[in-house]
Design a protein around this ligand. Structure first.
Ligand code: FAD
Length: 475
């Protein structure tokens, strides 16, 4: 029976569960749906869509080596997906469609609708666990609920990893030529402006580029990850998130690369390796949360009482934050890094998110949306989890009274101002002692070309505490 491998955010041929199942079961064709309307509705960033398309080109080369024809179809929104997939199945006499599970609310609904439509014609859709180590719903608390506390979730993950370590699949073997020509993947789409080449160069496409990055990181940087990961001027983290988000790399490949560098251990041995694997488990945790609590996928807070928070509507302050013009250097440098590279260091994601939601008291959903529109690694679960953590509206979130002071964070994690100087040339001439807080140093006249601080950090901190306290009092 002919198989259809429907690629989505799993743009690779190695260690791909659904592709492996398809090729093992019978002659296989591949499909990719181009859905600009849906992507716009999801706020997918132009840099991310461009990354998908660039990886699709690489994927088409890899599939050619396997004699798997890649068919590209247009379904502007996922409402059209059931009909488009069904028509293709009829055109090519497909009996079974293989997909890797995706966990967002809309993704789940899309797959359900496609499954139902295909079933009417006797065609089966088979979905596989691939994005995660453990299927959501298979790790539950003693009372049968989804974990809401990361450390408890991690403990269960450790137990499962000890007894059932997920392994990588063997490389797929080429099938006989089916004589069906492949379509040429689009290289750009009208709705999504092409990012500058400087950004594209930072993120080369393809599995080989991803694996090289993974190997270099695990061989050269992993051992000091725990010590260096919070310093944005250093190459302390893997920068693999765009590859994981697009599925150019599997989490199993990442896990095993780390294990190889830690004598097969995940919860002991090299602290760098243990710490990095824990980050992969944070990724896992937030995807489980998405399934267990679908409201977070629909712009609702995990903690329902925070719906009543009195967020400020301040478009000009929001705009200053978005453009890196708040007058708080670490916030501005980070926001400019995001605009220029499509990526931001994790420590800084927390700093800017807390500044927006606490010091400016602006709704976390504004920040979540801005990040999605600009991140090359934008991922619904991780982005939502990160924003709700920072805003104290989420599961296992930071307590509302533990606000980061961005200037202290800057002094601590960029002590010599290297990161600041890179992104804020107008401050490059300042001494190390002054660059973190030029507002205080420059007094009334400020630094030419750089804005005065948008808010007083301690007054705005008090305002945020009062807003959250007010909420607690009303519960
Ligand atoms: P590394 O430190 O090398 O970690 C390895 C991998 O683990 C990452 O590539 C990522 O897949 C995963 N990971 C690491 N930290 C986290 C985390 N806290 N939560 C979930 N997964 C994690 N990550 C995204 O992939 N997409 C997002 O859209 C996203 N938005 C975020 C928004 C906010 C406000 C915050 C605070 C965090 C967000 N993160 C997001 C998590 C984290 O910042 C990035 O995964 C990380 O910075 C990526 O860099 P890296 O690949 O060098 O990570």
């Amino acid at each position: 029976m002919r198989q259809l491998m429907w690629f989505r955010t799993d743009l690779r041929v190695l260690d791909n569960s659904a592709l492996n199942a398809a090729l093992t079961a019978g002659p296989t064709l591949a499909l990719y749906l181009v859905s600009p309307g849906q992507w716009l509705a999801h706020d997918d960033a132009p840099s991310k869509v461009d990354f998908w398309l660039r990886n699709l080109v690489e994927l088409s080369h890899a599939l050619r080596q396997l004699n798997v024809p890649l068919l590209i179809r247009h379904a502007d929104t996922w409402a059209e997906a059931p009909q488009v997939v069904r028509d293709l199945c009829h055109e090519f006499d497909i009996g079974l469609v293989q997909v890797n599970e995706e966990y967002g609310f809309n993704e789940t609904r899309r797959d359900q609708h496609v499954r139902e439509r295909l079933a009417q014609d006797g065609i089966h859709l088979h979905s596989h666990l691939d994005q995660l180590f453990f299927r959501p719903g298979s790790l539950l608390t003693q009372s049968g609920g989804y974990f809401q506390v990361y450390s408890q979730f991690r403990k269960q993950c450790y137990q499962r990893l000890h007894t059932a370590m997920p392994s990588c699949l063997p490389p797929p073997r080429a099938q006989a030529d089916l004589g069906i020509p492949s379509d040429t993947p689009p290289i750009e789409l009208e709705a999504f402006p092409t990012p500058p080449s400087s950004l594209r160069q930072l993120w080369p496409a393809g599995e080989q580029a991803a694996r090289e990055r993974l190997d270099t990181f695990t061989l050269e940087e992993l051992w000091c990850y725990e010590k260096r990961r919070d310093f944005p001027a250093q190459p302390g983290t893997s920068q693999l998130s765009p590859y994981l988000a697009a599925g150019v790399l599997s989490p199993r490949q990442c896990l095993h690369a780390a294990l190889r560098n830690n004598q097969g251990e995940f919860d002991s041995g090299d602290p760098g390796a243990v710490c990095w694997i824990n980050e992969l488990l944070w990724r896992e945790f937030y995807k489980h949360i998405l399934v267990g609590f679908p409201r977070v996928s629909q712009h609702r807070p995990f903690r329902r009482e925070t719906e009543r928070l009195a967020w400020r509507h301040e478009p000009e302050e929001l705009h200053a934050w978005q453009q890196g013009r708040t007058g708080i250097p670490i916030v501005d440098a980070a926001m400019r890094q995001l605009l220029a590279t499509g990526w931001m260091h994790n420590r800084l994601r927390m700093v800017v998110a807390m500044f927006l939601t606490k010091n400016l008291l602006i709704d976390w959903r504004e920040g979540e949306r801005w990040f999605m529109r600009h991140l090359i690694d934008g991922d619904l679960a991780a982005n939502n989890g990160g924003w709700q953590w920072s805003a104290s509206t989420g599961t296992d979130a930071v307590p509302y009274f533990r606000l980061f002071n961005p200037v202290s964070q800057s002094r601590r994690f960029d002590p010599d101002g290297r990161f600041l100087r890179r992104w804020l040339p107008e401050l490059a001439h300042l001494e190390n002692g002054d660059i973190h807080n030029p507002g205080a140093f420059a007094g009334l006249f400020g630094v030419p070309g750089y804005p005065a601080p948008l808010v007083d950090l301690s007054a705005s901190r008090e305002r945020a505490l009062a807003a959250f306290r007010n909420l607690a009092d009303r519960v």
